[in-house]
Design a protein around this ligand. Sequence first.
Ligand SMILES: NC(=O)C1=CN([C@@H]2O[C@H](COP(=O)(O)OP(=O)(O)OC[C@H]3O[C@@H](n4cnc5c(N)ncnc54)[C@H](OP(=O)(O)O)[C@@H]3O)[C@@H](O)[C@H]2O)C=CC1
Ligand SMILES: CC(C)(CO)C(=O)C(=O)O
Length: 298
Amino acid sequence: MTETDLPTVAVVGPGAIGTTVAVALHEGGAAPFVAGRTARTELRLDVGGSVVVAPVPVRTDPDDAPGAVDLVVLAVKATQNPDAAPWLARLCRPGTVVCVLQNGVEQRQAVAPLAPGATVVPAVVWFPAERLPDATVRLLAEPRLTLPDAPGSDVVVRALQGSRCAVGTTSDFASAAWRKLLQNAAAGLMALTGRRSGVFGRDDVGALTLAYLRECLAVARAEGADLGEGEPQRVLDAFRGAPPERGTSILADREAGRPLEWDVRNGVVRRLGRAHGIPTPISDVLVPLLAAASDGPG
Ligand SMILES: NC(=O)C1=CN([C@@H]2O[C@H](COP(=O)(O)OP(=O)(O)OC[C@H]3O[C@@H](n4cnc5c(N)ncnc54)[C@H](OP(=O)(O)O)[C@@H]3O)[C@@H](O)[C@H]2O)C=CC1
Ligand SMILES: CC(C)(CO)C(=O)C(=O)O
């Protein structure tokens, strides 16, 4: 690959986020190989009511992988990383960039052991998207990613250049990742209550959200994030300003009976709080409840 060539790309996990990025890559000419769990003949992206159809098949057998590629975009749920390992083994060689499109602040630690020799690049995924029953993905905002100013990010920027998915880089990735984590932590309340953004309109849930987010903020700062005192209120205001029917991916998982990403989105605050000696009394209640909900109804 030269500086001007498009990298060879694979997308692993063509769900809400993976389909969006795979369609963007396809439109930009990058011809992604798409690896999934459920076979499909095409990818469908609903953008404001108009459906973009990309004739990109979803392959489900790792033996069909084309061999090592320059860039793997990993967009399975964090709970599904171990199951995606056979794909990573076939698609990566030393030097492959694995860009992890997952919520959380621990993408490097989670994925590096599954892709030895690869360069793991975490990403903050700022846009919401949802899967419809026929596997069409509905885009709910302009696709936008933030990556660290770090080796490997240039390959992602090049692959998506000029596409519908904007990619920026920052020298303060910790702050960006924790800013997003605060949103995700609060969204856990939707999974617990079985309600959408409208639940944040309640005064009692608003007060709980603010108290919880102040706890998350203390841990974020201890981890080096440069976030202001106003961040909890900003996150709450954003949920209150969203359409009341707007959900979150962890609620979609709860509704579908799938395992929840409770550890990377909520448990992490409790774990890192303990490591820093920061009390996390609200996490101490919420995290076991989310973990229990993740285990299923029985
Ligand atoms: N959805 C959203 O709005 C946002 C999500 N995120 C984060 O992005 C990440 C991805 O979330 P999202 O796109 O919602 O998740 P989805 O559940 O929509 O997509 C996951 C995809 O991975 C596939 N998959 C599961 N196991 C494997 C496997 N072993 N090999 C290959 N593919 C597999 C699933 O297959 P199958 O179709 O069979 O289930 C599905 O297509 C998560 O970390 C989430 O927190 C971040 C910002 C917003
Ligand atoms: C859209 C958003 C920000 C809501 O928490 C998200 O990251 C998700 O759904 O996983």
